[in-house]
Design a protein around this ligand. Structure first.
Ligand SMILES: CSCCC(=O)C(=O)COP(=O)(O)O
Ligand SMILES: [Zn+2]
Length: 225
């Protein structure tokens, strides 16, 4: 498959989806200080040849302009002539697509994902159990437990990208970068958004439960007085 063989309708649909999701996440204040990046794959997945639309680097992602996105190939190189630069973190998107064959990858920085990644950073993963939103990951067993990987936050992005394969769990569609943010993905934009929202719910839940346990000494272990 070549980029030229992908229909214009399909490319336009990917851009429309990205624009809509970017606006929705901006409304949640999920792009502070130009942080965050979003991508949606176009065309079929072939590990040797795949393409995706991604946010341009350094933009105010709460604004909508004609220069917000560009198309890149599996190596993160622009496939059309453009003055836009793909996200500085495009290599991480490339690696997630390569390893999972997913259809969309979303990355946001939030206070909750930063604090939780730092709190559990030394143990390399965030444990979560018995939280209803775990079902958003299509895990339906009672009292299910998951472990969300945390990678170190190197300034050198390829050093992060090369570690993705070692921590990726096929049942958990997300990876935290310590004190940086989360990458969440799904088979399409709808699913990636669902996963990201579920992760953020879990991080806020964990943050508040840690705070509660540490601030109310008279509570029993099960949380009752
Ligand atoms: C100002 S946030 C630092 C860069 C970052 O982590 C990020 O998510 C945004 O980078 P991009 O190149 O995608 O704009
Ligand atoms: Zn980032």
């Amino acid at each position: 498959m070549t980029f030229a063989s992908i229909s214009l309708e399909h490319k336009q649909q990917a851009l429309d989806e990205l624009r809509q999701i970017k606006q929705q996440f901006a409304a949640k204040n999920w792009f502070p200080g130009t942080s965050g990046n979003l991508s949606v794959r176009v065309g079929d997945f072939d590990p040797e040849h795949f393409y995706f639309a991604i946010t341009a680097s350094g933009k105010d992602k709460s604004a909508s302009t004609p220069e917000d996105f560009l198309f890149v190939d599996k190596s993160g190189r622009a496939v059309e002539t453009t003055s836009l630069k793909p996200s500085a973190e495009t290599q991480i998107h490339c690696e997630i697509y390569r390893l999972t064959g997913c259809g969309a990858v979303f990355h946001v920085h939030t206070v909750f994902n930063n604090l939780i990644s730092e709190w559990f950073g030394d143990q390399g993963a965030v444990p979560a159990q018995g939280i209803e939103l775990i079902k958003a990951f299509n895990i339906w067993e009672e009292n299910a437990a998951i472990s969300i990987p945390v990678l170190p936050n190197f300034a050198h992005i390829p050093s992060i990208a090369e570690r993705v394969e070692g921590v990726l769990d096929p049942n958990v569609p997300g990876i935290l970068l310590r004190n940086h943010g989360i990458y969440a993905w799904g088979k399409n934009a709808f699913e990636a958004k669902k996963h990201l929202e579920a992760f953020e719910f879990i991080f806020e839940y964990l943050y508040r439960s840690i705070l509660l346990k540490n601030s109310v000494p008279s509570l029993n272990v099960d949380g009752r007085r």
